[in-house]
Design a binder for this molecule. Structure first.
Ligand code: BJW
Length: 248
């Protein structure tokens, strides 16, 4: 992959880098993206219609079972070269923050430490009915043992606020960064979809890596159309692993 000389210089000189990831980075680990049609048992449901409080209130068992199935898929999956490349950047770049919309836990399993999970994590749980402080949970039944109420995954559904500390960390890093990567996200879900704009307004270079064009594509400073698991390792290798090979 030939990187433009100007981009190479900018990345080499960058002090603060933020990377926002979405479901596309986990696609090469075998996990369906959020807006892909689902397969098998879940093919008749749209994820957008399942990831809401209203859906859970209507049918908690259906939503619990959907997340149990996704948890199982995530646990069976392995981090791919895209996740691993981002974990490597963290050890090489002066200041790096990984902001993910993913709830699958694959970035941590790849070794990333500085992670902000904007939409929660499907391997954590909380009491839906009374938000009980205790974590005495019956995971097989999806019940909170303290109050007998329903358990829910600790993720952010449509219409819910994002965890405030996560959002603040993401915003603060975005406002200070020199380079902002948007990787494997359709850039349609807010407030995550606004981060690149904030970065650009503050003068950061915005780089997108996505298999398909998104609303960000025409506005990004650099856009790489392709698979994150193929593009990221090459980019990280050229910039941070063997920089001596670069003549520019
Ligand atoms: C590859 C690839 C490969 C494939 N390599 N690429 C402003 C304007 C309009 C609406 C709103 C707004 N502000 C807030 C809203 C409402 C709403 C919203 O954004 N709606 C839009 C749909 C219009 N936002 C919210 O409700 C948020 N809450 C909030 O703002 O609170 C305050 C508030 C409340 C009420 C009113 C107003 C304000 C909460 C959003 C929570 C999102 N939650 C979910 C579910 C999480 C749990 C779970 O996973 O089940 O998060 S929805 C879903 O979308 C999930 C994802 O994290 C998120 C983003 O999806 P992502 O990651 O981009 O996946 P995909 O599938 O869309 O895209 C994958 C991409 O990868 C594609 O482009 C592929 O081409 C690509 N790809 N393979 C590289 N190998």
């Amino acid at each position: 992959m030939d990187l433009p000389a100007k981009l190479i210089r900018s990345l080499r000189n960058a002090r603060r880098i933020v990377a926002l990831t979405g479901a596309g980075i986990s696609a090469e680990s075998g996990l369906a993206t959020f807006r892909d049609a689902q397969t098998g048992l879940w093919s008749k449901f749209k994820p957008e219609e399942l990831a809401t409080v209203e859906a859970f209130e209507r049918n908690p068992k259906l939503i619990w079972d959907w997340y149990a199935w996704r948890r199982e898929q995530a646990l069976k999956a392995e981090p791919n070269p895209g996740h691993l490349a981002l974990a490597k950047v963290e050890t090489r770049a002066p200041e790096f923050l990984l902001v993910t919309q993913n709830v699958d836990g694959l970035h941590s399993r790849a070794g990333s430490k500085r992670i902000v999970e904007l939409h929660g994590n499907l391997h954590r749980f909380r009491c839906f009915d009374h938000d009980c402080a205790s974590s005495n949970f019956d995971l097989a039944q999806g019940r909170c043992r303290s109050c007998g109420g329903n358990l829910r995954p600790d993720v952010v559904w449509f219409g819910e606020m994002l965890p405030i500390d996560a959002l603040e960390r993401a915003n603060a890093a975005t406002e200070k960064c020199d380079v902002f990567f948007s990787i494997g996200t359709s850039s349609v879900v807010y407030p995550a979809a606004d981060l690149w704009r904030r970065a650009k307004e503050r003068g950061a270079i915005v780089i997108e890596i996505n298999k398909d064009p998104t609303p960000l594509t025409p506005l990004a400073d650099y856009s790489f159309l392709g698979k994150a698991g193929e593009i990221l390792p090459q980019l990280v290798q050229q910039i941070w692993i063997s920089p001596n090979r670069l003549s520019n």
